[in-house]
Design a protein around this ligand. Structure first.
Ligand SMILES: Cc1cc2nc3c(=O)[nH]c(=O)nc-3n(C[C@H](O)[C@H](O)[C@H](O)COP(=O)(O)OP(=O)(O)OC[C@H]3O[C@@H](n4cnc5c(N)ncnc54)[C@H](O)[C@@H]3O)c2cc1C
Length: 437
């Protein structure tokens, strides 16, 4: 360890990474027991499960984003901007690509950071499975920028339809979402709500019925990763909203005007969203001998240390961690990233104090799917429900909202979260319910 102060570098300040550096900064950084550094490719953090609301325009990303430099300043860690693209395990060094501005001019040169302990928490991106036309013609919801691009495109389509003075052509306001996981389902319900709000806010040449929302899913039911009773309850809500749900349909090609499936179906759509599966970022695939799986995820042991290197941990969506007692890995969810961040914080503090390090066990508290103002559906797991119990309505909504509140509490503490929630309420009372530019 250099200068006797261990260097802890965390790459990726998302649902897991930002909670981790906040904890480590407060427990070690502020006390001078370690130098804690966060490296992220963007300046700000937004909790990813909010991105479908940003895409629909029901949430302004600027309201809920957190500046890394500000969080670092009050939590005892350092923030360094940049995209990690390499690793030298022998030198214990990560390398970070040059940062360019919007005009493509280099503002920060390539640089490297030394570590004694490294935590990789770079999340995931959408997996297009190499299907023809997906990258070129679909929108994705992996980053705030992509969600904002979607919102712009949606608004422009509305404005065009509102002012064109002639009937809409076939598929002009069709939106097709590929993937009926939580992201696709939640987005479809938000878009339904938005179509009514935009008409109410004056784009009234467009009838909400002119907006056709389709969901295309390869599995034989929606929400294939969740219990069947949740799929059934959600499907009936979507049918009430008039969302066209197609299951058992594998997409084979996407072009500018339509989506084609293996069975020969053709779905015309002006706006196409890809939300069907994830993988970890490409740069992890062959990164200095660390073990990865087919989704580029770093394979970790129950301690969340990578299989090849005790000093490198991986948490959240970018790690493959065995789910004890199950045939599958821990699912890529915000609650898993949150739990892993807590475990690695404890593990690193124990290591600095020569104590035995803990092992991770995933606690599945259930899953909730928000259908915007219409409903929330989900299941509760564990002692409270003795197994899995379906919940719906107000109770489910409150639990859904509490997930984000828990993330905020981990970052700001309970008092500031109450203040934030109040200010959010006041803001909502004077601003439109939807972003209109
Ligand atoms: C639209 C949407 C809705 C979702 N809804 C839910 C939900 O309701 N419930 C739920 O449990 N989960 C949900 N998820 C999944 C959940 O958001 C993820 O499981 C969770 O965010 C994973 O956390 P993470 O810390 O692993 O990564 P992320 O939160 O994705 O953070 C990754 C961070 O790494 C940074 N980064 C990436 N590459 C690099 C690099 N090379 N160098 C430096 N920094 C880098 C990124 O900028 C980002 O800040 C949703 C996801 C999406 C996209």
């Amino acid at each position: 360890m250099s200068n006797n102060i261990p260097k802890i570098v965390v790459v990726g300040g998302g649902a897991g990474g930002l909670e981790l550096v906040t904890k480590l900064g407060k427990k070690l950084g502020k006390k001078g027991k370690a130098e804690v550094t966060l490296v992220d490719s963007t300046h700000t953090h937004i909790w990813k499960p909010l991105l479908h609301e940003v895409a629909a325009g029901t949430l302004d990303s600027h309201e809920d984003e957190i500046e890394y430099l500000g969080q670092a300043n009050c939590s005892g860690f350092r923030f360094r901007l940049g995209r990690m693209d390499g690793l030298d395990r022998e030198k214990k060094q990560i390398s970070v690509a040059p940062t360019l501005n919007q005009e493509g001019v280099e503002i920060i040169p390539r640089r490297s950071f030394d570590y004694d302990y490294l935590v990789v928490s770079v999340g995931s991106i959408s997996h297009d499975f190499g299907i023809k036309g997906v990258r070129e013609h679909c929108l994705f919801l992996d980053t705030t920028k992509q969600a904002e691009t979607f919102q712009n495109k949606l608004l422009q389509a509305y404005l065009r339809a509102h002012t064109q003075g002639k009937p809409l052509h076939e598929g002009q306001l069709n939106i097709a979402i590929v993937g009926a996981g939580a992201t696709g389902i939640e987005l479809s319900a938000q878009l339904h709500e938005v179509s009514h709000l935009l008409t109410a806010y004056g784009l009234d040449e467009v009838n909400p019925q002119d907006v056709h929302i389709s969901i295309i899913e390869a599995a034989d039911r929606i929400l294939p990763g969740l219990p069947e009773n949740i799929s059934d309850a959600t499907l009936s809500e979507l049918k009430n909203l008039g969302v066209n749900v197609m299951t058992g349909e594998r997409v084979v090609e996407v072009n500018e005007a339509e989506i084609k499936t293996e069975s020969g179906k053709v779905v015309p759509a002006a706006i196409k969203v890809w939300a069907a599966g994830i993988k970890a970022p490409e740069f992890l695939k062959d990164i200095d001998g660390l073990e990865t799986n087919w989704m580029n995820q770093l394979v970790v042991r129950q301690t969340l240390q990578t299989t090849m290197d005790d000093d490198i941990y991986a948490i959240g969506d970018c790690c493959a961690c065995k789910w004890q007692g199950h045939d599958e890995n821990v699912p890529p969810r915000a609650q898993a990233a949150h739990q892993m961040a807590s475990l690695v914080a404890k593990s690193l503090i124990h290591r600095l104090n020569d104590k035995v390090i803990p092992e991770y066990e995933y606690h599945d508290y259930g899953s909730l799917v928000s259908l915007g103002r219409y409903s929330t559906v989900g299941n509760l797991m564990g002692n409270l429900s003795r197994g899995s119990m379906l919940i719906e309505g107000f109770m489910a909504r409150m639990m859904y909202l509490s997930l984000y509140k828990m993330h905020q509490v981990a970052l700001f503490g309970p008092f500031r979260v109450v203040m934030l929630s109040l200010s959010h309420l006041f803001r909502r009372s004077v601003h439109p319910k939807i972003k209109l530019h």
